[in-house]
Design a protein around this ligand. Structure first.
Ligand code: G16
Length: 543
């Protein structure tokens, strides 16, 4: 075994997006593509002597190949220890838990999250820092800058290591430990929830259907729910982790988890349904014939948090991404706690959580989490709901309806226009931005526009500023339309249009969301001329 150095030519497209570098698998399969990015990362990080790195992924196609490359390069970087999940598996929340519990200096997550997998699908790589959360923009930008100058790759020459059983290996001076991917994470959750209460719920015949979408959540959910909490076998469906997620799109929303939605609509529906995504950090919650919007889910959890052992002392504050509905703001106001509004991307919550300013946070994109780790956490959200149902005796639907009764309903939808040629999407956003001064004060959908701007965020802990984080048109009554381009797609551009309307009148709470939001859809078309720029007359996906 020896150190080797080989020349490299930069790839110029390695700028991380909302959540790391995501590309099609065939892009990552180009010789040296992954190596270059990892070298850029290692060049940006300080000396690794005496430090621990955690490595794992969601088990998608190319996961194993990538891990072997990373291990050989981590040894050349000089890490004292690298912890790898067995079979190369670590869900994103589990990796965050391992970094924090084992005092690692950081970790590498291999996942393209909810994007499809398999040889024709997507792959991704993301660096998490010592707090267990995604690296902030300053770090990801430094990696990108470095990637444009890479000329040498440093690795050790060694055969692939066996990843399929627990044990210890050495790559020159680096100790490689293959660890149980579930243990650390499970221990964190045990410290938060009333496992006896959840066990009691299942003993009383409560039925849950948890769809882990053939992705990495399966082993975690089976161990905890069916193994430890007494949920009957079969509670976790699509629970085997497959490299191609069974050819499906592991995105827990009503469009992609249609099988779950249908089961919850059936006459013999279980009491609760839930789904998690490719890397098990997202979640969708479904009641009997009742889909919970992610923004409402976050608000319900915040409203009842003190009933859960891990949060009984109360919440320091809460946070949501800007496009997420304002349901949580209303709960926070009632609780008398601060509610922060951040740009889209979990990385923006890290500083607030570290500073103890917030305890719970979440996003419209099916992500919810807390200060227990520094990633969103799908199974955590499911256990939170189960614990809540166990102690309140209420159903999923009644918990959401109480929220609406008390605070009004934030009717919400996201319309995605996928696969737009990038130059057309950029032109739309450019045009929209330049039109902003025109909208302020105009009457749209019967109300004056009070805000027409491009969201910018200043982190209250370190003063760093992130600009151009989404165009907002806000009407006097609080209704909003928000526009931004996705930072996680891999084909062309995806335009996301977020629509929110607050409905205080209970008699109107059951109006279908798309109907209630129709005036705002018209506003969106009026200000952004979506048809003109994209040639599309309807969104590809509505959630
Ligand atoms: C990532 C980020 C989330 C973000 C989501 C959608 O989630 O961690 O914070 O809300 O992407 O981002 P975009 O609208 O830019 O596509 P994940 O689960 O894909 O890692």
């Amino acid at each position: 075994m020896s150190y080797i150095t080989r020349p490299a030519t930069p790839f110029l497209d390695q700028r991380p997006g909302t959540s790391g570098l995501r590309k099609r698998v065939d892009v990552f399969q180009q010789p040296g593509y992954l190596d270059n990015f990892v070298q850029a990362l290692f060049d940006v990080l300080p000396d690794a002597g005496g430090k621990t790195l955690v490595v794992g992924g969601d088990g998608r196609y190319f996961n194993r190949v990538a891990i072997q490359i990373i291990l050989r390069m981590a040894a050349a970087k000089g890490y004292a220890r690298v912890l790898v999940g067995r079979d190369g598996i670590l869900s994103t929340p589990a990796l965050s838990a391992v970094i924090r519990r084992r005092g690692a200096s950081g970790g590498i997550v291999l996942s393209a999250s909810h994007n499809p997998g398999g040889a024709d699908g997507d792959f991704g790589i993301k660096y998490n820092i010592a707090n267990g959360g995604p690296a902030p923009e300053a770090v990801t930008e430094a990696i990108y800058r470095r990637s444009r100058d890479i000329s040498m790759i440093h690795a050790v020459e060694a055969a692939d290591l066996p990843l399929d059983s627990l044990g210890t290996h050495h790559l020159l001076h680096t100790r490689i430990e293959i660890i149980d991917p579930v243990a650390d994470y499970a221990e964190v959750l045990r410290g938060l929830f009333d496992f006896d209460a959840i066990r009691g719920l299942f003993q009383r015949g409560f039925r849950l259907r948890l769809d882990t979408m053939w992705a990495v959540g399966g082993p975690y959910a089976r161990t905890l729910l069916e193994g430890e909490l007494g949920a009957p076998p079969g509670t976790v469906v699509h629970g085997q982790s497959l490299e191609d997620f069974g050819g499906l799109h592991p995105d827990p929303n009503p469009a992609n988890a249609i099988d779950l939605i249908e089961h919850l609509r059936a006459p013999d529906a279980p009491d609760m349904g839930a789904a998690t995504d490719g890397d098990a950090d997202r979640n969708m919650i479904v009641g009997r014939n009742f889909v919970v919007s992610p923004s409402d889910s976050l608000a319900v959890l915040a409203a009842h948090a003190t009933r859960i052992p891990g949060y009984k002392a109360g919440l320091a504050g809460v946070a949501r991404s800007m496009p997420t509905s304002t349901a949580i703001d209303r709960v926070a106001r009632k609780l008398g706690i601060a509610c922060y509004e951040t740009p889209t991307g979990w990385k923006y919550f890290g500083n607030l959580l570290d500073a103890g300013k917030v305890t719970l946070c979440g996003e419209e994109s099916y992500g919810t989490g807390s200060d227990h780790i520094r990633e969103k956490d799908g199974l955590w959200a499911v256990l939170f709901w189960l614990n809540l149902i166990a102690v309140t005796g209420e159903s999923v639907e009644s918990l959401v309806r109480s929220l609406w009764r008390e605070h009004g309903r934030c009717v919400y939808s996201r319309h995605d226009y996928e696969g737009i040629p990038t130059d057309q999407a950029d032109a739309l956003m450019r045009d929209l931005r330049s039109s902003l001064p025109r909208w302020k004060g105009q009457v749209l959908a019967g109300e004056p526009v009070i805000i027409a701007d491009d969201f910018s965020y200043t982190d209250p802990t370190d003063g760093s500023t992130s600009e151009r984080q989404g165009v907002r048109i806000v009407l006097q009554g609080g209704s909003r339309v928000v526009f931004r381009l996705s930072g996680t797609g891999t084909q062309g551009a995806t335009l996301r249009i977020y629509l929110e309307h607050h409905e205080p009148d209970p008699a109107r709470h059951d109006l279908p969301a798309q109907e209630a939001l129709a005036p705002l859809v018209a506003v969106a078309e009026h200000v952004a001329r979506v048809k003109h720029w994209t040639g599309m007359s309807a969104p590809s996906v509505m959630t």
